[in-house]
Design a protein around this ligand. Structure first.
Ligand code: SR1
Ligand code: MG
Length: 419
C-alpha cells in the first residue's frame, strides 16, 4: 500500500523540480537563463532522502527533499517528512553560532519538505576523500569551531532556562529519527535482529561474542539511557564523516536531520568513532603494505586535535560566556571562585570525555554489525581483508565502551589504536 502523504507533497521529478525553482524569483535569478535549459541530476547517496543538483547558466543550487520512507530500505519503512523541518531549523540555529560552517539555506518549503541550499563545490564527502587518502589539515580546527560553538550556545551553560526549554520543545517532535539511533546504534547490534548484517561468515563469531558480552551490553545500555534522557544541547545528531563536505581549505557540516537536544558527548564521540573506523579501514585500501602509514598517522593526529580542540574551545566559551542558568556566576566570583570553576570544568570535561569514548565505540560497532555500514569498510572488496580491518575496529570499540575510565587522555586512545 502506498504511504499517505500530506496534501501538497509529492516527491520531485526533473520537471516538477524545475517548475518549483522557477516559481521563486530569487532562485530563478540565481540559476539564470530559461528554466528549460537547467540541468538536473539526482545525486543522493545517503540512506534517507532525495538530493538534486540543479545547474543553470548563471549558478547552481542543491535541493534536498525528504521521502516518506527510508530510502535505504524502501516503502516498508515509513519515516516522517518533518525531518526536513528539523534539519532546516537546526542548520539555521547552528549557523547563528558558527557562521560559514554549514551550507547557506536559500529556501525552505514546508509543503514539499524541501530545502534549497547553496551547492558546495568543489567539496566532496569527507568519507570519500579519506578513502582516497586525502589529508585535510584544517579539518580539526574547523570542526571543533562548529562543535564547541553549537554545543555550548545551545546548552544551559549559555541559555536561559525558559529559552532552552522552548528550544527543547521544538525538537522533541523529532522522535522517529531519534528512534532510528536508539535502535540501530544502541540496541540492534547487541541482539538478534533482521536489521543486522556483517561480513559473514568471517565475523559470525565476533558478532555472537558482542551479543553475549553482558558487561558490554550493560555499558551500552547506560549510554542509551544518556541518549534518551540527557537534553543537554542541540546536537547535530548524525555527526560522522558522511555528514561533512570538505576541501583542503573549507569544511561544511551538512545533514542535521537527526537534530535534537541530547548529550553533548554524542556528537563528539560519534565523530571520533568514525575517524577511528576510517583509521582501521586504511590497510584494506593499501596496494602495498605500509603505503598509508603517513595517512594513518594523520588520522590519529586528527583524533587528538578534535578532542583537544573541542575541549579547549568549549571551556574557553564557558569561562568567557557562561551566562546561562546552570553554574550560577555568583558562585564563582573572585580568585577562589575562578579556581572553583576550573575544578568544575575539569570534572565536567572528564565525564564528557569518557562518555564520548563510549559513544565512539557504539558508532564503531553499529557500522560493523548493524544495518547501515560505512563505505570506508564496504569498499574493501576482499571479504577476508575487510573482516580483518573490521575485527580490529570491533576490538577497540569494545575497549572504548567498557574501559573508557581507563584512558587517561586522548593520547592514550590514539596509542591504543596504533597498537
Ligand atoms: C536507516 S538510516 C541509517 C543511518 O543513516 C544515517 O546516516 C544515520 O546514521 C542512520 O542511523
Ligand atoms: Mg545523513
Amino acid at each position: 500500500m502506498a504511504i499517505e502523504t500530506p496534501e501538497g507533497y509529492a516527491a520531485f521529478d526533473e520537471a516538477s523540480l524545475i517548475e518549483h525553482l522557477a516559481g521563486d524569483a530569487v532562485l530563478r535569478g540565481r540559476l539564470g537563463g530559461a528554466p528549460a535549459s537547467w540541468k538536473v541530476s539526482e545525486v543522493g547517496d545517503g540512506n534517507l532522502n532525495l538530493v538534486f543538483i540543479v545547474e543553470g547558466p548563471s549558478g547552481d543550487v542543491c535541493v534536498k527533499q525528504a521521502l516518506p520512507y527510508v530510502r535505504l530500505v524502501g516503502e516498508g519503512w515509513p519515516l516522517p517528512l518533518e525531518r526536513a523541518f528539523f534539519e532546516y531549523r537546526a542548520t539555521t540555529l547552528h549557523s547563528e553560532h558558527v557562521p560559514g560552517r554549514m551550507p547557506e539555506i536559500l529556501h525552505y518549503d514546508p509543503r514539499l519538505y524541501a530545502i534549497v541550499m547553496e551547492r558546495l563545490s568543489p567539496h566532496v564527502i569527507m568519507r570519500r576523500g579519506m578513502i582516497d587518502g586525502i589529508v585535510y589539515e584544517k579539518f580539526a580546527d574547523h570542526v571543533t569551531d562548529y562543535l564547541a560553538a553549537t554545543l555550548f550556545h545551545t546548552s544551559d551553560l549559555f541559555m536561559k532556562a525558559a529559552d532552552k526549554k522552548a528550544a527543547v520543545a521544538t525538537f522533541c517532535g523529532n522522535t522517529e529519527l531519534c528512534k532510528i539511533t536508539e535502535d540501530l546504534i544502541f540496541t540492534d547490534p547487541y541482539v538478534i535482529s533482521s536489521n543486522n548484517r556483517w561480513t559473514s561468515p568471517q565475523l559470525d563469531e565476533d558478532a555472537r561474542a558482542v551479543r553475549e558480552d553482558t558487561e558490554l551490553k550493560r555499558a551500552v545500555a547506560r549510554l542509551k539511557h544518556q541518549f534518551l534522557c540527557k537534553s543537554e544541547a542541540l546536537l547535530h545528531g548524525d555527526m560522522h564523516t558522511g555528514s561533512i563536505m570538505i576541501t583542503p581549505d573549507d569544511t561544511r557540516i551538512i545533514d542535521p536531520e537527526f537534530a535534537f537536544f541530547g548529550p553533548i558527548a554524542f556528537d563528539v564521540g560519534k565523530l571520533i568513532g568514525n575517524l577511528l573506523l576510517a583509521f582501521f579501514s586504511q590497510s584494506g585500501h593499501e596496494k602495498v603494505a605500509g603505503e598509508r602509514d603517513d595517512y594513518r598517522a594523520w588520522i590519529l593526529r586528527t583524533v587528538e586535535e578534535v578532542w583537544n580542540g573541542f575541549e579547549r574551545k568549549f571551556v574557553a566559551l564557558w569561562t568567557s560566556r557562561g551566562e546561562g542558568d546552570a553554574w550560577p556566576a555568583a558562585f564563582f566570583e573572585g580568585e577562589d571562585g575562578r579556581r572553583s570553576l576550573e575544578l568544575a570544568q575539569r570534572a565536567f570535561m572528564r565525564a564528557l570525555f569518557e562518555d564520548a569514548l563510549g559513544f565512539a565505540g557504539c558508532s564503531m560497532i553499529r557500522r560493523t554489525l548493524g544495518l547501515a555500514h560505512n563505505i570506508d569498510m564496504e569498499w574493501i572488496e576482499d571479504p577476508d581483508r575487510r573482516a580483518a580491518c573490521e575485527r580490529q575496529n570491533l576490538a577497540m570499540a569494545k575497549e572504548l565502551i567498557k574501559q573508557a575510565a581507563g584512558f587517561a587522555d586522548i593520547a592514550a586512545v590514539t596509542a591504543r589504536a596504533r597498537g
